[in-house]
Ligand binder design. Structure first.
Ligand SMILES: NC(=O)c1ccc[n+]([C@@H]2O[C@H](COP(=O)([O-])OP(=O)(O)OC[C@H]3O[C@@H](n4cnc5c(N)ncnc54)[C@H](OP(=O)(O)O)[C@@H]3O)[C@@H](O)[C@H]2O)c1
Length: 264
């Protein structure tokens, strides 16, 4: 059985641990290290705990780095003596696999970019590694698959694009929901009623887009009758440049991801 060490035991680490236990992984195969004793107290029963990163990694086959991005360099540098024959999987946003390899000396590094819905195990996780074997890729896919859908990419640059699309993406949808709820209130509806209508519509539309063989463009066309209400709304969105705004927004996020990666 693969033994896992989580370095940083906060929200994303706990979500992954919970997902793995839910899938039948034995909790005692996991060790988590965190400087905060209150965080260690919150971990699922059976997970081993430590305040010492080196001690947590001692028996592990795979080390999962779950600290904030600004802590990634000092933390993996501090583990360099033991990482030489381990697989290091990092979920730290924006930290490049090439930098993790240079800092840690780990035999193999896999960089992952999850998004916030991973906290409810409905995340989208992009993965990249320059040197992982097929077996290591399958293992990382299984581990991160505990908190959402996974997809592999070919470079650190690709993961900056993942960051711009699915990493920051939940906020774009939240913004759209927020604006639609406000629009309902402007029409005279209560906030609660508008929220119920908008959130359930968002959930249904997402589920339909995922399940349907049709593209989102086709699904949109299917519900847009000539001269109807949907067409009236879409004409306004088009005339006011929503598509161009989203294109520019995703590009801005991508460029910022590159800048942040360069600044570590
Ligand atoms: N949450 C998400 O939805 C999400 C999505 C995508 C990517 N991520 C990535 O996942 C990583 C963790 O995010 P999170 O939301 O789980 O953050 P979090 O809840 O703050 O967890 C990070 C944990 O690491 C601990 N820590 C700090 N210094 C440490 C050290 N030297 N050694 C070991 N542990 C240390 C922190 O303890 P203290 O609080 O005492 O400092 C904290 O408990 C980040 O890099 C983030 O970019 C998260």
């Amino acid at each position: 059985m693969t033994r896992l060490a989580f370095i940083g035991a906060g929200r994303i680490a706990q979500a992954i641990m919970g997902g793995l236990i839910n899938q039948g992984l034995t909790a005692s195969n996991m060790t988590a290290a965190d400087p905060d004793p209150d965080i260690l107290d919150m971990l699922p029963t059976g997970v081993k705990r430590s305040a010492d990163n080196l001690a947590a990694v001692a028996d592990a086959d795979v080390v999962i780095l779950c600290v904030k991005p600004n802590m990634a360099k000092p933390v993996v540098s501090g583990l360099a003596s033991v990482l030489t024959d381990r697989l290091l999987i990092s979920v730290a946003a924006g930290i490049r696999a090439s930098d993790l390899t240079a800092w840690s000396g780990a035999a193999t590094v896999i960089r992952c970019m999850p998004n916030t819905p991973a906290l409810i195990r409905q995340g989208m996780i992009g993965l990249y590694s320059a040197d992982a074997s097929a077996v290591q890729r399958a293992l990382a896919g299984d581990l991160l698959g505990a908190v959402g859908a996974t997809a592999w990419f070919d470079s650190d640059d690709d993961l900056d694009k993942v960051t711009a699309l699915s990493g920051s993406g939940p906020a774009y949808f939240f913004y759209l929901m927020e604006a639609m709820i406000d629009a309902g209130v402007e029409l005279g509806m209560s906030t609660e009623a508008s929220r119920t209508l908008v959130l359930n519509t968002a959930m249904g539309a997402a589920a339909m887009a995922v399940k349907s063989p049709d593209s989102p463009a086709q699904l949109r066309a299917n519900v847009t009758s000539p001269g109807g209400t949907t067409e009236a709304a879409l004409n306004v969105l088009s005339a006011q440049g929503l598509s161009e705004s989203l294109d520019a927004a995703v590009r801005a996020a991508y460029e910022r991801a590159i800048e942040l990666g360069n600044s570590v």
